[in-house]
Design a protein around this ligand. Structure first.
Ligand code: CA
Length: 224
């Protein structure tokens, strides 16, 4: 799950980002509304946390702009004061929820979970491919009716492969969807995770579902 955090105050941004990362989310930070619009247009986020008070474009304007350009990612507005007008304005602009600053991190985490669940409800809840079954709400995977325990990153990787199956997913697409913008492109983490996933999904089962397409990427599906 990848989150865009839009916050101009550095301290608040790094504090919130750290807490989200500890809970296995990938987090990108935008410090202006203009930057947020650019980032939201170029990557697929599962949720956007949007501060209302930003230099330049306000959070409300950013929210309105995102919805106008048909970006339906769930949005949580972070409002500075408990001003009723500000909340109403945010919800009118297309935000899904709001949280008043200062907030407790536990509260933020709970709201983010609810927000992502809402986004998943808009999409398909259960994905199926061959004898694989992926429950996106409970984040559970079964192969041939047997539960396969996966870590958050392994789950995100499998989800992406199944969504695109039987097409090829390139390495850079995997980096973009499963990791955040700080991902070290020189590392071999993608290969490491593909191998781990392969051991869990394909070990002892036939047919093998995860395939390497030399020079192109990876695909999930029956062997060709
Ligand atoms: Ca601010």
């Amino acid at each position: 799950m990848r989150i865009l955090l839009v916050e101009d105050e550095r301290k608040v941004a790094s504090f919130v980002a750290r807490s989200l990362r500890e809970n296995t989310y990938a987090v990108d930070i935008a410090t202006t509304g203009e930057q947020a619009l650019e980032m939201a247009a170029s990557a697929n986020y599962d949720a956007i946390l949007l501060d209302v008070r930003l230099p330049g474009l306000s959070g409300v304007e950013v929210c309105r702009e995102l919805r106008a350009s048909r970006i339906e990612t769930p949005i949580l507005m972070l409002t500075a004061r408990s001003l009723v007008e500000q909340r109403v304005e945010g919800l009118d602009a297309g935000a899904d929820d709001y949280l008043v600053k200062p907030f407790a991190l536990a509260e933020l985490q709970a709201r983010v979970r609810a927000l992502i669940r809402r986004g998943l409800n808009r999409r398909e809840g259960t994905l199926r491919y061959a004898d694989l079954e992926i429950d996106r709400r409970r984040r559970q995977v079964k192969r041939n009716s047997l539960t396969v325990p996966l870590t958050a990153k392994e789950f995100a990787l499998l989800e992406l492969l199944v969504l695109r199956a039987p097409e090829i997913v390139t390495r850079s697409e995997i980096e973009e969807h499963v990791w955040d913008a700080g991902f070290d492109r020189e590392s071999n983490l993608v290969e490491v995770y593909i191998n781990r996933l392969r051991q869990k999904i394909d070990h002892g089962s036939l047919p093998k579902l995860i395939h390497t397409v030399r020079g192109a990427g990876y695909r999930l599906g029956a062997p060709q």
